[in-house]
Write a protein that binds this ligand. Sequence first.
Ligand code: SF4
Ligand code: SF4
Length: 94
Amino acid sequence: MDSISLKIDTTLCNGCRACELACSFHLKGVCDPTISKIKITRDNETGDVFCDLPPSCPECSFEAKPPCIDACAIGALTGTNSRMERKAKEMKRR
Ligand code: SF4
Ligand code: SF4
């Protein structure tokens, strides 16, 4: 199935939640973290970050770069989708 797998490096993630806003804007055209498929929580006392990632995102299977990944300025959020995997295979063949 065409989909996407996401990963967050919680040692890098600062809990800024930009990925949540990018996701909600992509899905519904509004900046509303409550409708984001990614959920980020930061413990303000310890600084620990907890993340809940969707098991799949068919909505972004064919994006050149999924908006949530693009929004993460420090590269804590990574992943691949069908289009990115195809492109990587093409690059290897060259
Ligand atoms: S945009 Fe990146 S640093 Fe910010 S909460 Fe999301 S994964 Fe973490
Ligand atoms: S891949 Fe797309 S649908 Fe999934 S969390 Fe990121 S922006 Fe949202």
